[in-house]
Design a protein around this ligand. Structure first.
Ligand SMILES: CC(=O)SCCNC(=O)CCNC(=O)[C@H](O)C(C)(C)COP(=O)(O)OP(=O)(O)OC[C@H]1O[C@@H](n2cnc3c(N)ncnc32)[C@H](O)[C@@H]1OP(=O)(O)O
Ligand SMILES: CC(=O)C(=O)O
Length: 530
């Protein structure tokens, strides 16, 4: 098995992505997570850019990393100056990292029209800067910015910038597809020609994703001989982002049998990616290859049937290889194969042609036609099954609820904006409670749980974590039907329930009461009966 070094720039190029910002504490946590995963290099910031990155590198001196080498990043010296006087280079030295990435211009257009200097001065800037850093004791990787566009414009000059970096003492040459606009075949060709021109020199690839080819270009470069891949774990980065390193790692590990993670290996890929997303406060798109929630989710009935019979019929790998899991989604496009799997939790011995299976399938399709969507609310669907099979005893019955709101709210010292009163019957006993909340649904939720906690104390641990409303037929304007999805947790488990109505409070009530009933059934608690 051959080895490729993964170089993660989430904390540097990733921070250049719109909406992404890490505090020093966040950065320290991300470094730990990536080190445990086992990437070879972590480019953690640009000490010449801002005091936060300087502070990070000061604190990072205390970090003990198991697998990764920390890298500081910065540009070549400014034109017409000495490297030893350049504040950016001095900051890079003060970061005291074993490896420093220096980026310099490899495209004539940038030399003459952006930094506005001569081609000779640009070569001197690259050489002097790298020499200054290597003399301070750090190893230097040279990021050849716009290398591919520069090569297409003038390959001899682009290669001259690489030679200047080697003359300054760079150990590795990283070819950057900075604009992210080239096809992978072009990236592969230029990488192969460059490797031929610099035999024995380690070559890396740094590709952006502007035409959605960041990963494909990175893999193409590896197949052409690159031995280091730069990217960001979740694809964050300038404009459309960088090559998504989780996808790169998944491909290298499962398709090319390349060893690229030396820590907890590929099985930690999903968990680490989700941990980094949590720190960055972003959601990973469901369809993200390998690590997304939907990466191994099957919805079409024929897919579900196939994957249950033989997993490789619809899965390119076993999801466990990357720490992900298979999900089978209940919906109007599912078939009886999945329905049976859900029913089996309640009645284990029905088959596909049993009239109960068929009539439940009809009920599911009818409910979905009315606006329900069970793929995100399977806990509610479990209740539909129990009700359909007459295996359901209600835990409580509603006598009435009322929500009251006013603006401004009567109590200016409270965050509440609404109050709710809920009256229920439990086992022949009536109980009524009022509660306040931020909004009518929050007040209703508080009042419902409060009135039921005296009968079912386990509900004290339950609270809402998410609330989503979708208007189903916007043509009906304020009289439209709405679908409410509620996510609840008890601190360990999370479950989602659904309600549909023309009245948003009633839709929320359906979802709230399903949430409570689902929890009580899941705990095996017997309903108090009259
Ligand atoms: C492709 C990449 O992603 S490279 C990394 C890019 N990353 C960033 O830009 C994020 C961090 N950057 C920063 O914090 C700021 O840009 C700083 C602190 C580095 C510089 O800020 P300022 O001095 O105010 O300059 P500003 O950002 O407006 O302009 C960039 C300057 O750097 C010069 N420059 C750009 N690339 C290079 C280079 N490789 N070597 C030397 N100088 C360069 C430009 O010519 C320009 O200088 P000029 O105004 O004299 O022409
Ligand atoms: C250096 C870098 O981030 C780039 O060229 O894209």
């Amino acid at each position: 098995m051959h080895t490729i070094a993964l170089f993660d720039s989430t904390l540097r190029d990733g921070s250049q992505g719109e909406g992404i910002s890490f505090s020093v504490e966040d950065k320290l946590k991300v470094v730990k997570a990536l080190d445990t995963l086992g990437v070879a290099y972590i480019e953690a910031g640009n000490p010449g850019s801002n005091p936060k990155d300087l502070e990070f590198f000061r604190r990072a001196e205390q970090l003990t990393l198991t697998h990764a080498t920390l890298v500081a990043f910065g540009s070549t010296r400014r034109k017409k100056s000495k490297a030893a006087d350049d504040p950016n280079l001095k900051n890079l030295v003060s970061a005291k990292t074993k490896v420093v990435s220096i980026f310099g211009k490899s495209w004539g257009l940038h030399v003459t029209d952006v930094i506005r200097t001569t081609r000779e001065e640009n070569l001197a800037m690259i050489r002097d800067s790298i020499q200054f850093i290597t003399e301070s004791g750090s190893e230097v990787f040279f990021d050849a910015e716009h290398y591919f566009d520069g090569y297409l414009d003038d390959s001899e000059y682009a290669k001259a910038t690489l030679q200047a970096a080697l003359d300054g003492g760079a150990s590795t040459l990283v070819l950057c597809e900075t604009r992210g606009g080239l096809l992978p075949s072009e990236v592969a060709r230029i990488t192969a020609e460059t490797i031929k021109a610099f035999p024995g020199i380690p070559i890396g690839i740094h590709a952006h994703d502007d035409i959605g080819c960041g990963v494909a270009s990175s893999i193409a470069a590896v197949e052409a001989g690159a031995i280091q891949v730069q990217g960001t774990l979740l694809g964050f980065g300038e404009r459309c982002g960088n090559a998504n390193l989780a996808t790169v790692a998944g491909i290298l590990g499962t398709k090319l049998a390349v060893d690229c993670l030396c820590g907890e290996s590929l099985e930690q890929l999903t968990a680490t990616s989700r941990q980094v997303a949590e720190i960055a406060n972003v959601r990973i798109t469901g369809g993200t290859p390998f690590i997304g929630k939907s990466a191994f989710a099957h919805k079409g009935g024929m897919h579900i049937d196939g994957v249950q019979k033989i997993p490789r019929s619809f899965e390119h790998i076993d999801p466990a290889q990357v720490g992900n899991e298979r999900r089978l989604l209940m919906s109007e496009v599912a078939g009886r194969a999945l329905m049976l799997k859900r029913i089996a939790r309640v009645v284990p011995d029905l088959d596909k042609d049993d009239p109960v299976t068929v009539s439940l399938m009809d009920e599911l399709k009818q409910l979905e036609a009315e606006g329900y969507q069970f793929e995100g609310a399977e806990s509610s669907f479990d209740l539909v099954i129990r009700r359909h099979l007459k295996m359901y005893k209600p835990y409580f019955s509603l006598v009435h609820y009322q929500t009251i709101g006013s603006s401004p709210y009567a109590d200016p010292l409270s965050d509440a904006t609404h109050a709710a009163v809920v009256k229920v019957k439990v086992g022949g006993e009536s109980a009524i409670t009022a509660a306040e909340g931020e909004g009518p649904v929050n007040a209703l939720d508080q009042a419902l749980r409060k009135v039921l906690e005296q009968f079912y104390p386990t509900l004290k641990r339950v609270h809402l974590t998410d609330y989503k409303v979708r208007v189903l037929d916007s043509a009906g304007a304020t009289a439209s039907k709405v679908r409410v999805l509620i996510e609840s947790t008890d601190g360990n488990e999370t479950w989602t329930t659904i309600g549909v109505s023309r009245d948003i409070i009633e839709a929320s009530w359906f979802a709230l009461s399903d949430s409570i009933e689902y929890k009580l059934i899941a705990e095996g608690i017997e309903p108090s009966v009259e």
